[in-house]
Design a binder for this molecule. Structure first.
Ligand code: NAD
Length: 369
């Protein structure tokens, strides 16, 4: 019998209206009955900020913590030091950067995420966001829906075809590759990727993607850049005032990976000035994003270029069912002492178990020498 602390977002009336909205404090990943039947203590909260939060108070004797990237319970080094019984951190979704992974290794915590659970959901959101920006959809929609106006030229002057454009992904893992696959029918001029790992030859051939190893060359070649890499020391602020200069004038930037990969002020300036024709995505460097976050207000000439949403791409109803089931599977494996699926493991027994967070497997080996 263990104590499990779970941080989810509040669903309010939406959770009543849609019982399949599993990632909410009301619907509790569908785990409430199961936890009760098995005698586990299951504390579920959305109160996660500061020393007086339920999260900070309840973690001190929890053995398992379940968090999501959508409403992240930030497992900092300091919080971890208070969590004397903690053994397992499950990310219900993908992306465990809200956990201090180096500290997790120091404490020999297992960090596992539900790998693959929402990769299709995110890839679809990326394709949608690319189209919204490239077609200048928002300006037209705003015109007819909010302003009750009709000005075709104002929309069309910044509306392009995706066909014939060069599109590149930073990170060609599960999501990045699915984005490339979904771009194939659009007859782009070229598909590129920037990653420190080569795609398997067969996979690269299937989508006809070319790897560029130099970030400046990569950014300079793309009309559309989509970011699909995890947040770690090597990707934080990767897109900043300096690197934006290497991008084509009028390029589009889409980031559904993690907000902090793109510098918020630098992106705002680039969109406002027209250097970038648009920026879109659903991830923010702090979540929930404050009301005065620069990405809420930014917009380029003619109101173009803002395709931001709250963090929703990976939390479609279909995705929630998959990451809820995956969370239970990880918990069950841990309880039964069974090995986790290797692809779900981020850290285990004091080491990184994945190459995706900055190739730290190599760093681990280096450190052990
Ligand atoms: P993945 O591990 O399959 O792929 C990540 C790829 O990024 C790997 O190929 C890795 O080599 C590459 N990479 C790592 N560091 C890099 C760097 N410095 N430069 C270039 N490439 C680098 O992961 P995935 O399933 O494709 O997910 C990627 C990320 O997307 C997650 O870590 C998460 O942060 C984010 N994500 C967001 C949502 C959402 O709802 N918005 C949902 C799921 C995942």
């Amino acid at each position: 019998m263990v104590k499990v602390l779970c941080v989810l977002y509040s669903g309010g009336k939406h959770a009543q209206e849609q019982p399949r909205l599993l990632g909410t404090i009301e619907n509790k990943l569908g785990l409430e009955q199961y936890m009760k039947d098995n005698g586990h203590e299951f504390v579920v909260t959305d109160d996660k900020e500061g020393p007086n939060s339920v999260f900070a108070k309840e973690i001190v004797d929890a053995e398992v913590v379940i968090t999501t990237p959508f409403h992240p319970g930030y497992l900092t080094k300091e919080i971890m030091a208070t969590a004397k019984k903690l053994k397992l951190c499950i990310t219900a979704g993908i992306g465990s950067d809200h956990i201090d992974l180096d500290a997790a290794n120091e404490h020999k915590l297992t960090v596992a995420e539900v790998t693959g659970s929402n990769v299709v959901s995110v890839a679809e959101h990326v394709i949608m966001t690319i189209l919204i920006l490239v077609r200048n959809y928002n300006v037209g929609h705003e015109q007819v829906y909010r302003s009750k106006a009709w000005d075709v030229a104002a929309v069309a002057k910044d509306s392009y075809d995706l066909e014939g454009k060069v599109v590149g992904t930073i990170g060609a893992g599960r999501i990045g590759y699915r984005v490339l696959e979904r771009l194939l029918p659009f007859n782009c001029k070229e598909l590129l990727y920037y990653d420190y790992q080569d795609l398997p030859a067969e996979a690269a051939k299937k989508v006809g993607a070319r790897r560029i190893e130099d970030i400046k060359e990569f950014l300079g070649a793309c009309d559309v850049v989509t970011v699909n890499a995890p947040l770690h020391a090597g990707t934080k602020d990767l897109i900043n005032e300096e690197t934006i200069k290497y991008m084509k004038d009028g390029a589009w930037l889409i980031n559904t990976a993690r907000g902090a990969i793109c510098n918020a002020e630098a992106v705002r300036k680039a969109v406002d000035s027209g250097k970038l024709r648009g920026y879109g995505g659903d991830v923010w460097n702090v979540q929930p994003a404050p009301a005065d976050h620069p990405w809420r207000e930014m917009s380029g000439p003619g109101g173009r270029g803002n395709a931001m949403t709250p963090h929703v791409s990976g939390t479609s109803i279909d995705a929630q069912e998959r990451y809820a089931a995956g969370t239970k599977a990880i918990f069950d494996n841990w309880l039964a002492g069974k090995p986790q699926k290797p692809e779900d493991l981020i850290t285990e027994s004091g080491s990184y178990a994945t190459k995706a967070y900055g190739n730290r497997v190599a760093q681990n080996q280096e450190a052990k020498k």
